[in-house]
Design a binder for this molecule. Structure first.
Ligand SMILES: [Zn+2]
Length: 447
């Protein structure tokens, strides 16, 4: 008997409780993301082994690997020599029967901190269903998406659906930090003809995302007793670094406004580029003129602003030039220009809306009665790494990320996923797998 698409959808419906249980199990592993290279691992290895056992039992060949420092592709995404002790990556392969295209489901197992835990209505690491919603840290972002991918693949395997192309699942660490896990997976050789990342998207199809650049700038001052006149800086007088930072901040704000107003920087799917001072530290003592002031910057930029290699060198140049111009009228700042230190850099990415992947994923959600839109991602996901560095065009499609009032559920207290979305995500992924592992139609260029 041939398995039909309605059989697949009915079987996923039948597995709803199992899907909730799997998501709950994944939430039970504490995989709170590290914020720097020195933080020890938590339950990442246990979660990956749990998934590996499950996927092997479903018939996949599974590889759980711990990248070594130096295994990562050369990229400004991660600090040099970053290690992965206790943070393995996983790739599972359901082998196709041959002649088809390969498809990858990618998801990040890390979650943001659940603190302050006491404000949750229930334990963030013991997911529970209330009124059709599954509550817990990572239910929506994105252990629910991973569970949906696993159930989709398991269902196809259990029904004996013979996909022509390989179906791969890659679960990675560190997305919430700098995307190191998927970068390491790509370095390990994980790739496919196309990929879907079931990040929360409201079942819309996210095809574009901005790049991200993080850095700090430090404005110098010179200490002196704050209750005495500072004197002339040219003859050794004190200089207030906090006050010298004000024209620099004003210049950054003007640059942000210029970017937002520039038609060359508009994108049909993405918000305009932005530049936001997010941290500030200055001064040593309340009775002393501050000798330095450090400002942290979060910059988001469009694909069109990327340099020829796809990175942010032009954006960095624009920012440094705007600051230099702001300093030109100030003798101290001209003699002591602010210092920039650029750190994390995540690439922008875009998949053409005419790409067969976009049509197939859109059709999958449409078949479920949804009305998917093509959208840009205001933040960043591992889909960019797959697209840009892994030669694997990737889009996101996953559960609803907004409450009925429009506010996001991501990274919040009482994060939840609608159970219907969990099921629809699994269904959409299964339908997409049926379409995207078929041989490429003659009229469509191979991806
Ligand atoms: Zn996410």
């Amino acid at each position: 008997m041939t398995t039909t698409t309605p059989d697949v959808l009915a079987e996923i419906d039948r597995r709803t409780d199992e899907l909730i249980r799997l998501t709950t199990d994944l939430v039970g592993f504490d995989t709170t993301v590290r914020g720097d290279a020195r933080e020890p691992a938590r339950d990442e290895a246990d979660l990956q082994e749990y998934l590996a056992a499950r996927l092997r039992a479903a018939g996949a060949t599974v590889d759980v690997f711990t990248p070594k420092p130096g295994d990562l592709p050369d990229s400004p995404q991660t600090p040099p020599g970053l290690g992965f002790d206790g943070r393995p990556q996983l790739v599972a392969r359901f082998a196709g029967t041959g002649g088809g295209r390969s498809l990858l489901f990618n998801g990040h197992i890390d979650v943001v901190s659940a603190e302050p835990r006491r404000e949750w209505s229930s334990d963030p690491f013991r997911a529970e269903v209330r009124a059709g919603r599954l509550y817990g840290r990572g239910t929506c972002d994105m252990k629910g998406g991973i569970a949906a991918a696993v159930i989709a693949a398991e269902t196809l395997a259990a029904l004996g659906v013979r996909l022509p192309g390989d179906l791969l699942i890659n679960t990675a660490t560190d997305e919430e930090w700098n995307g190191a896990g998927t970068l390491a997976s790509v370095g390990y050789g994980v790739r496919a003809d196309s990929a879907i990342v079931p990040e929360p998207t409201d079942l819309d199809v996210v095809t574009a995302q901005r790049g991200i650049l993080g850095g700090t700038l430090t404005v110098a001052g010179r200490p002196g007793h704050a209750e005495y006149p500072p004197g002339d800086w040219r003859t050794g007088g004190a200089v207030n670094a906090i006050e010298k930072t004000l024209p620099v901040l004003a210049a950054l704000q003007r640059l942000r406004e210029r970017w937002a107003d520039d038609p060359a920087h508009s994108h049909p799917l993405l918000p305009p580029p932005s530049l936001v001072p997010t941290t500030i530290h200055g001064g040593e003592w309340w009775v002393t003129y501050p000798s330095s002031c450090e400002v942290g910057l979060d910059i988001t930029y469009l694909p069109v602003q990327a340099d020829a290699g796809g990175w942010a060198s032009r954006v960095r140049h624009d920012i440094e030039q705007a600051v230099r111009e702001a300093c030109a009228a100030d003798g101290w700042l001209t003699a002591h220009p602010p210092r920039f230190v650029w750190d994390t850099e995540l690439p922008p990415a875009e998949v053409d809306s005419a790409h067969p992947l976009v049509g197939a994923v859109t059709a999958s959600a449409t078949a479920l009665g949804r009305t998917p839109r093509l959208l840009g991602e205001p933040s960043w996901t591992d889909a960019a790494t797959l697209t840009r560095i892994g030669s694997t065009p990737a889009v996101c499609l996953g559960p609803t990320a907004t409450r009925p009032d429009g506010s996001p559920t991501l990274h919040t207290i009482d994060e939840y996923i609608e159970v219907t979305d969990l099921v629809d995500t699994a269904k959409a992924l299964a339908l997409a797998a049926l379409a995207l592992t078929a041989p490429a139609p003659a009229s469509v260029p191979a991806v």
